[in-house]
Design a protein around this ligand. Structure first.
Ligand code: NAD
Length: 456
């Protein structure tokens, strides 16, 4: 049995039967058959499903948010925010997928015509993460289904109930049951799924699992693989930045969802001329963050979703302190109760020999470094194995763009951070991933091109 533990209390609140491995063959067979029919369905029919899905998300936002909070500890207000904000994202896909499917005649001369058209991949396997299950799930299964694929969806074991609810909402909206099938289970079930004949694997999760999956698949197949992995995202505050606004933006960028976002800010570099001022205001604001029961109004920081992360953060802290760091806002493990709570920590006197500044923390901790100038900031920001996002904070747009253009990351922000838009591609470079989701670039990932070379 899969035991679902409420991270706020440490208690098991539900037990679920994992999907039997003996069912998988039949599930994949049904997904293949259903997809062959679905790819011929009208665009209007496909859109109708997602209109219903959006209505369902809005109508049921509160009970769905409670389930999400109970499963992974996200404060209720943030869970509601995620569910409601999924709707405009889904609508963007609904309004834009048709143009990505349009074929184009690219050459006509004499008797020769050349054209590009697009076919769905077929059966898409989506192995997903728990931190924003509605966002990261819909980045994949919405465009996959709209473009004529069927989906085998494995939610994170941490958010299994949410995964089942997503299927329920899609089916209530008229989607055929074989077009979106949820598989419940731990990582080992995800690994087993890779053995089936899928046409694309879309993975969202940790770098460690992503590399395992890549190795596993690369040894025996050449199917399409798309990976949205972790980050170690930096922010740089120039001396001309609007400090009050920047502090607010970055406290949220570091601590929202208890730092459990792929694009959380995990490293901050501050120009020496505003270092003291930034630090003072930043720490003051961090000390005011309210941690507590995720179901209570006013809670900003809930528990971490997984117990293992507590030990990892404690080890990062031990390593940083041993190498000379100072903990300016003292955080760490909360000893009372069985919950998975970790108080926010801010570290100074850090350097890049420390795990805190190199490895994804995925928790409410941050390291802050003073820098002399933009050149030093660029070198430090690029000194990482990851490449998801980076931000620069300045009133001088030209200077900001010059710095941002030198960073090897998929998304750059000027005076903002930790933001995802459906209109632009979401992609990680280096150890942060392969391929894109979102935007027309992301929609195309669910399609394969057909080149037409035709003589009259
Ligand atoms: P995880 O890697 O532990 O698990 C992700 C999924 O993979 C789960 O469904 C899990 O059951 C499954 N899995 C585990 N081992 C597997 C295996 N050997 N074969 C196949 N499947 C397996 O990650 P997580 O803890 O769920 O998510 C947190 C991570 O996800 C963080 O690193 C975060 O940065 C990253 N993330 C990235 C993005 C992005 O868009 N780049 C978005 C959200 C989360």
């Amino acid at each position: 049995m899969l035991e679902l533990v409420n991270p706020a209390t440490g208690r098991v609140f539900e037990k679920l039967e994992p999907t039997p491995i003996s069912d998988l063959n039949e599930m994949f067979g049904r997904a293949q058959t259903a997809q062959k029919k679905w790819k011929k369905s009208s665009y209007e029919d496909r859109k109708k499903v997602f209109e219903g899905f959006c209505e369902g998300l809005l109508d049921q936002a509160e009970p769905l948010a409670k389930i999400l909070s109970q499963e992974m500890g996200k404060p209720l207000s943030q869970a509601l925010g995620e569910i409601r904000s999924t709707v405009p994202r889904v609508k963007w896909f609904m309004e834009n997928f048709e143009k990505c499917l349009e074929s184009q005649t690219v050459f006509e001369e004499g008797e020769m015509t050349e054209r590009i058209s697009w076919d769905p991949l077929g059966v898409v396997l989506n192995i997903s993460a728990w931190n924003f299950p509605y966002f990261v799930g819909s980045n994949v299964f919405v465009p996959a289904l709209l473009t004529g694929n069927s989906v085998i969806y494995k939610p994170s074991e941490v958010c299994s109930l949410t995964g089942l609810k997503i299927r329920e909402l899609l089916l209530e909206s008229g989607l055929g049951p074989d077009l979106f099938q949820t598989v419940i289970g731990e990582g080992s079930v995800g690994q087993t799924l890779l053995e089936y004949p899928v046409d694309g694997v879309f993975f969202t999760g940790s770098n460690r699992t992503g590399i395992r999956i890549s190795q596993e698949l690369a040894g025996r197949t050449t199917i399409k693989v798309n990976m949205e992995l972790g980050g170690k995202d930096p922010a740089y505050i120039c001396e001309d930045a609007a400090i009050d606004e920047t502090v607010d933006t970055l406290v949220d960028g570091v601590f929202y969802n208890a730092g459990q976002s792929c694009c959380s800010v995990e490293r901050i570099y501050v120009h020496k001329d505003v270092y003291e001022r930034f630090l003072e205001q930043f720490c003051l604001k961090v000390s005011s963050l309210v941690m507590g029961d995720p179901m209570s109004e006013g809670t900003y920081l809930g528990p971490l979703a997984r117990k293992e992360q507590l030990a990892f953060l404690e080890e990062q802290k031990r390593d940083a302190l041993e190498k000379g760091a100072t903990e300016l806002v003292k955080g760490g493990l909360v000893e009372e109760g069985e919950g998975c709570f970790y108080k926010p920590s801010v570290f100074l006197n850090v350097d890049h020999t420390m795990s805190l500044m190199r490895d994804e923390s995925f928790g409410p901790v941050v390291g802050i470094m003073k820098v002399k100038n933009d050149e030093e900031a660029v070198v430090l920001m690029n000194d990482t194995d990851f490449g998801l996002t980076a931000s620069v904070h300045t009133r001088d747009q030209e200077r900001g763009e010059k710095i941002l253009s030198q960073l090897d990351v998929g998304t750059v922000y000027l005076n903002g951070c930790d933001r995802v838009s459906p209109r632009v591609p979401w992609s990680g470079r280096r150890n942060s991933g392969i391929g894109s989701t979102l935007s027309c670039v992301g929609i195309k990932e669910f399609l394969k091109p057909r080149a037409w070379q035709m003589m009259a």
